[in-house]
Design a protein around this ligand. Structure first.
Ligand SMILES: [Zn+2]
Length: 95
């Protein structure tokens, strides 16, 4: 493993910028707690917290937390195993 090459994390800027620029409510997510896979738009969102809390519609565990400050935001997706985001076909990451 010592000579495995890797790229600096700065290379993630373009790919992540592309993912975060899309409508994430159209994304599909998997609940880490119960394994349910479904659209993020079906989460039950509670807004009377310091931020937004999205809970699984199946087991009610937290899948997403989003806190917004004037100059920054925190996104916590610990409760989601993955997000599957629809992407346009004509913008591959290959480079
Ligand atoms: Zn769940």
């Amino acid at each position: 493993m010592t000579d495995m090459s890797y790229l600096d994390g700065n290379m993630l800027d373009g790919p992540l910028r592309e993912v975060f620029a899309v409508d994430l409510s159209a994304a599909t997510g998997r609940c880490q707690s119960c394994g349910m896979v479904g659209p993020m738009a079906r989460l039950r969102v509670y807004s009377h917290a310091p931020g937004l809390v999205g809970r699984c519609p199946s087991c009610a565990e937290v899948m997403l937390r989003l806190v917004r400050a004037p100059d920054r935001a925190w996104l916590d997706l610990r409760g989601a195993t993955f997000l599957e985001v629809p992407m346009p076909l004509d913008r591959p990451w290959a480079g």
